[in-house]
Design a protein around this ligand. Structure first.
Ligand SMILES: Nc1ncnc2c1ncn2[C@@H]1O[C@H](COP(=O)(O)OP(=O)(O)OP(=O)(O)O)[C@@H](O)[C@H]1O
Ligand SMILES: [Mg+2]
Length: 375
């Protein structure tokens, strides 16, 4: 029974068999019911003359008449029976094909709805045959489309919001200059330049984000050593750290195996994490970059003695445009909350994970990512 319920082919086979069986049964029943009456009628038409022939021993003539009447009654009954069984088979076929086609029709209607952009449409799944499996997959596809659509809306909303802030600011400065409210001093122009710079950085970040989200880049995977990655990062960020009197501490064990990774991409991640650590650590703090072997993975961590992260924000940090304290960061010339999202995409593209730990506000934070060691 389970076999039949799970297979459309078996159902179609059974349906055909049922149509044939019902046809045959109706045929047999109709013959049974109609044959006595037909027989009586046709035999009743045999005349006394015919009967007389019987007495006179003209058996041959009688035989022919008997045979013809028998044949006529047989054909009459068969005529009724065939008509009844064809009608019955038609009705049963109609009923069965309707039942089999009904879920396909529901799917067609639902896909029409989705094609028109109503992504909330779902179909009921009955049974477990191929059509039911198709319905399940269809529902999964609709859910996926709905999510993508809501992400798209959210992204447009976020991007508009992010672009509006520096634009409003630049517009404000320009109006102030035109009206003579703001003095045309180098400081004012510097502020305008700063906002324009922020805008162009944001556009660059957005472009990079869309590239990594769409996976529109290729990884140039080679053997790389962690110490190379860390050296490049430290070299690149030393000026920034020096400006804030922050000390960078590379802390690597000597015997780390090499990684199979895209060096530029992993450096990009590490630069991102260390730049954040410098940005969110007050003057005079420390940033430690360490690495350790854990089973078949290498864990690379960036630990700072900075502002820390309240526990309720930890889960959302890797979501795009997410910032712990938007106003403070904006005033402090902070970023747009895209860096960690890009980092997460890049690490996951390498088959790794990235996570954050922090004991809370003012207690520093540690960002760690893992990469598989390929043996
Ligand atoms: N080391 C850290 N210490 C404390 N908070 C951090 C640290 N790193 C990141 N954060 C928090 O996570 C948020 C997201 O970081 P992310 O790097 O994605 O964006 P951003 O630094 O604001 O901007 P950008 O896209 O320019 O990097 C930051 O706004 C900040 O609130
Ligand atoms: Mg950042």
């Amino acid at each position: 029974m389970k076999y039949i319920r799970e297979r459309l082919g078996a159902k179609l086979f059974l349906a055909n068999l049922m149509v044939i069986l019902i046809g045959v049964i109706i045929l047999a029943i109709t013959i049974q019911v109609t044959i006595p009456a037909a027989f009586n009628r046709h035999m009743g038409t045999m005349t006394d003359n015919d009967m007389g022939m019987m007495g006179q021993g003209q058996g041959q003539g009688l035989g022919r008449t008997l045979f013809e009447n028998f044949r006529a009654s047989m054909f009459e009954s068969l005529g009724y029976a065939v008509t009844a069984s064809v009608l019955a088979a038609l009705l049963v076929s109609l009923f069965l094909s309707r039942r089999i086609v009904a879920p396909i029709r529901t799917l067609t209607d639902a896909s029409q709805h989705i094609a028109e952009g109503h992504y909330e449409k779902r179909v009921d799944v009955n049974g477990s045959d191929e059509i039911a499996q198709l319905a399940t997959r269809f529902n999964q596809m609709a859910t996926q489309l709905e999510q993508v659509e809501s992400m798209r809306r959210q992204l447009i909303g976020d991007v508009t919001h992010e672009l509006r802030t520096p634009l409003t600011s630049i517009k404000g400065y320009m109006e102030g200059l035109v009206d003579g409210v703001l003095p045309s001093t180098p400081e004012t122009f510097d502020q305008i330049h700063h906002e324009a710079d922020r805008l162009s950085r944001l556009v660059d970040d957005l472009q990079e984000l869309s590239r990594v989200e769409a996976k529109a880049y290729s990884l140039d995977v080679r053997s790389v050593t962690v110490s190379n990655l860390v050296q490049t990062t430290v070299k690149r960020l030393t000026p920034q750290a020096r400006d804030k009197r922050i000390t960078l501490h590379p802390n690597l064990p000597a015997d780390l195996p090499p990684l199979q990774a895209d060096e530029d991409r992993i450096t990009q991640v590490l630069v991102n994490l260390v730049a954040n650590a410098i940005q969110y650590t007050p003057e005079g703090g420390d940033v430690t970059i360490s690495a350790a072997c854990q089973a078949d993975e290498i864990h690379i961590s960036v630990k700072d003695t900075g502002v820390g992260i309240p526990p309720e924000h930890l889960a959302n940090l890797f979501t795009r445009f997410y910032r712990v304290d938007k106003s403070r960061l904006r005033n402090a010339g902070g970023g747009s909350g895209i860096g960690l999202t890009i980092a997460k995409h890049l690490i996951e593209a390498h088959g790794g994970r990235i996570w954050v730990e922090s004991k809370g506000e003012g207690q520093g934070s540690t960002f760690t990512f893992s990469l598989k060691i390929v043996k």
